[in-house]
Design a protein around this ligand. Structure first.
Ligand code: BES
Ligand code: MN
Length: 465
């Protein structure tokens, strides 16, 4: 094991340079003009995995390919050894994604998003924390085992997909098709957060999500607002009016049934959440908001980890160019997502939300709702033997006691790991609150990168102890 740790220490500079190569691919899954970049990135990954000694292949899907890389199976050996190797080793899957969020707005980046830049202990680039840097840490740990000839106590399969940021549409069918090959004792995912470089965390809950778009249609075309304004509905005004009815002044969602089944936090959980080192004042400063706002009766950490939300992600209508244009727009649109917590069924929430919006929609506009992706929240026991093993590995790697967290983001596919493969997921995030995931100037902390590699190295030992 010491050889593995020494190897990691000795090769940090090269690892960072390689991560920069990985980050240069503009693998933006939401934008079709980047399809070629996703393919090139996946091909680069396959090559890289092969170079470090993994059996790797590219698996085409209807959209972006999936990279599968496995620790090599022992070669044909003498009779006795062969019989021994038939005793199956534990098998773990490491899941990550090589696709990234759109980098826009570009003008807010200090340097271009796909030209990695290092400043102090930070590496800036789109996808650095979400998720290339985090999954690369696991690849470097396995490289250290393979290159130092240190036996791994388990088999590993890496599944690196290119569609996480757009809903993992093809991975779910892939899991079903390859359920035997991918059957495993647990899945390990580093695609979440930790509170600070010295505060590692095990995340035991994620929020679920539903996405949809509302369009309100008014007049058949944009109209002169002087000639016709006042005599016809303005769809942008109608949409603003409608959306304003969704929540009250206390930040509570007013849609009947929205909170049905939402469990209140236990004393124990509230106490755990209190240990989270980011204070409300710290959060306010980090976010650059004039004030914090949220559902009354809950702390900021509680609100963003364990309460459901209704968010407008985008709002579009009328003239968006420079200067003024006097029109009544023909239509208005809102992109919406709701974050869900355990016990909320995505399709049920979608039904009641859409039905209520339709009910309160005035007859002066026609409402069209198009459904997007959906996923249940995730909750896993933080006291199971694998979770305890992960906590030990985190402590060894970072040198401090990890905390238990619930997080607000979503990783829809982890539900399918449970349903299709029967495997629980260990969420061992390496992202920091100020990493700017999904925002301009995304970064990854190089100490988190290095300690993440150590975490991965210790993890395989602890999981098989
Ligand atoms: N890594 C995030 C999810 C995440 C971030 C979980 C921080 C916990 C803490 C992931 O890449 C992501 O952004 N997921 C999307 C899912 C959506 C597109 C279905 C999300 O949460 O918005
Ligand atoms: Mn993301």
């Amino acid at each position: 094991m010491q050889a593995v740790l020494d190897y990691l220490k000795q090769h940090q500079a090269r690892f960072v340079a390689e991560l920069c190569d990985y980050l240069r691919f503009a693998s933006v899954s939401a934008q079709p003009q980047h399809n070629k970049d996703l393919l090139a990135c996946a091909q680069w990954l396959v090559k890289h995995c092969q170079n470090i000694g993994l059996d790797a292949r590219l698996c085409a899907t209807a959209d972006h390919p999936i990279v599968i890389a496995k620790t090599p199976k022992a070669k044909a050996e003498s009779g006795k050894r062969k019989a021994e190797t038939k005793l199956k080793k534990p098998h773990f899957m490491v899941y990550g994604h090589y696709d990234v969020q759109p980098p826009e707005p570009l003008e807010l980046w200090t340097t271009p998003p796909f030209e990695p830049r290092i400043a102090g202990r930070n590496l800036f680039a789109r996808g650095s924390t979400d998720n290339k840097g985090q999954n690369f840490a696991h690849l470097k740990a396995v490289e250290a085992y393979l290159k130092t000839g240190t036996p791994l106590p388990c088999d590993l399969t890496f599944v690196l997909e290119g569609e996480e940021e757009v809903g993992s549409k093809n991975l779910s069918g892939f899991l079903k098709k390859h359920r035997r090959e991918l059957a495993c004792d647990a899945v390990v995912v580093s695609d979440t957060g930790m509170p600070a470089p010295k505060h590692p965390a095990l995340t035991y809950a994620l929020r679920g999500i539903i996405a949809f778009e509302i369009t309100l249609h008014g007049p058949a075309r944009d109209l002169h607002s002087g000639i016709f304004g006042g005599a016809v509905e303005n769809p942008a005004m109608a949409l603003a009016h409608l959306l304003a009815k969704v929540r009250d002044d206390n930040g509570r969602i007013k849609i009947p049934g929205f909170y049905d089944g939402v469990a209140s936090l236990s004393k124990y959980e509230r106490a755990q959440i209190k240990r989270y080192p980011l204070s409300d004042a710290g959060l306010k400063k980090l976010l650059g908001a004039p004030q914090l706002f949220g559902e009354k009766g809950f702390t900021a950490t509680e609100q963003r980890s364990s309460r459901p939300t209704f968010e407008i992600n985008g709002l579009t209508s009328g003239y968006q160019g420079e200067g003024s244009k006097t029109i009544v727009p023909s239509w208005a649109r809102a992109k919406i997502t709701c974050r869900l917590v355990p016990n909320q069924k995505p399709e049920h929430v979608r039904k009641i939300v859409c039905a209520w919006l339709k009910k309160i929609c005035p007859p002066t506009v026609r409402m069209e709702i198009s459904a997007g992706h959906g996923a249940e929240a995730y909750l896993v026991s933080p006291t199971s033997p694998p979770a305890q093993a992960a906590l030990r590995a985190l402590e060894k790697a970072f040198g401090t006691k990890p905390i238990l967290m619930r997080e607000g983001g979503s990783i829809p596919i982890v539900n399918e790991f449970k349903q299709v493969l029967g495997a629980d997921t260990l969420l061992l995030g390496l992202g920091l609150p100020d990493d700017n995931a999904h925002s301009p100037n995304e970064k990854f902390n190089l100490d988190c990168f290095a300690n993440g590699q150590r975490l991965s190295a210790f993890l395989w030992q602890e999981l098989t102890r």
